[in-house]
Design a protein around this ligand. Sequence first.
Ligand code: 5GP
Length: 202
Amino acid sequence: MENEEQKSEYSGKLFLIVGPSGSGKGTVIEKIKGKYPGFAYPISYTTREIREGEKDGGSYHYVSREEFERMIKDGDFLEYAVVHSDNYYGTSKKDIMEPLKAGAVVVREVDIQGFNSIRNLVPKENLISIFMKVSDLEDLKGRILRRGQISEEELEKRLDSAKKEIAQSGECNYQVENKWGEIGDCVANVEKIILAEIKKMY
Ligand code: 5GP
């Protein structure tokens, strides 16, 4: 469907939080969710292993590769991608587009591939992208390692993806710095952007 045709169909706004693994996207969304429970926070699907401390239906629905590929065939995804050359991740079409039609504020993190797909599917006026910047790759490496449970190979894949993501950061509507130890400032900046963009809806 052409963007022009979709224009009148949606009255909500989708905020995509983009940025390298370890840049703090998940933490920012958790904080925003705590303060604004009335926004929609769609849960993506992934084939990656569930990590300690995570629960199904938290950030993700954890599904098998077979189940994910069945969902692809059934056209359930707005977008999906293989992230870090490894696992599938995908956003449910229904969980994003229905709240957007209903006029909701929708907040979701995706990787840069997801952003590139969604920017061609959601009308420009209904989409805001926020890129989470970190100081440098060494800082990022430290953050990823601090999470634990990661092999050298996985770390390399994440740093490779990070380079690609950073190269495209300028294409997002906003860039917000997440300085180590200053997550509060970062959340406040994301919140400011969301509130200013909501104001423009009315
Ligand atoms: P993690 O495994 O660390 O939770 O996430 C790995 C990467 O996948 C992150 O960059 C995250 O933003 C991205 N991701 C999470 N959900 C989705 C999604 O639904 N679609 C896409 N394309 N990427 C996602």
